[in-house]
Design a protein around this ligand. Sequence first.
Ligand code: OGA
Ligand code: MN
Length: 272
Amino acid sequence: MSNTLQHIEVIPTGGALGAEIKGVDVSQSFSPAVSAAVHQALLDHCVLYFRDQHISDEDQVRFTRYFGEPVPHVRKQQDRRVKEIFIISNVKENGEAIGALGNADISFHSDLSYMPEPGTLSTLYAIEIPRTGGETLWCNCYAAYEALDETMKTRLAGLRAVHRHYVEDQNPPGHVAHPVVRIHSETGRQSLYVGPHLTKYIVGLQEEESDELLKTLCTHVMQPRFIWTHEWRVDDLVIWDNRPTMHRRAPFPETERRIMKRTQVFGHEIPV
Ligand code: OGA
Ligand code: MN
């Protein structure tokens, strides 16, 4: 069945962010009206999930392309037929990991924030999921910013923080700094853009003051009231906006299998 505007349902999670989209088959193409409706839902809810999708790599790339240009990841994976698809998995074949990120906890981050032009959108499609753990948690950084008091908002205005990948050789040359509070290029809303995983220090502050401020902001943004958890089912497709959100992957037993396929959009925008 082809996708029609009348059949789309947007069902907010009732949590800090996120909505389920029903009535859309991602294996079929979208009309401009359908992609505009999904895009608006993404701007409104920051994370969207679509259940029971039976899609190929090409379908996932086409879906991504309605919202931005999917790119081969900065970290290359060999032997991928569709270069824009990156495997996230702990599974090993012949002693070698078939994907990235293993089974450990990955603390809150915004994809590719260590790049001068960070990721805007990402998608994940669940192929195999563990029986326990491995949930993905998203945090609403618009809400976290809005909840700060006026004194803190004034203190943060104009500050920039240096972002760095924890694996040193993943970093581009030089120091990449982004605003601590960024303005979304499409919604115009402000959000907090610092996290425990990738933000190293605040430019121009003494080390002690920078550490303390980052700790305060990270503790603030990671409060349960700003977080929504996605419990994966096989055949779930999720798309999220990295600009006003961070995400975390909960750990899972290494004896369990988890296989996800990911696309990422760089968006070619410098955070302001
Ligand atoms: C990622 C990521 C989380 C997950 O792929 O960038 O953070 O749940 N993944 O696999
Ligand atoms: Mn990520």
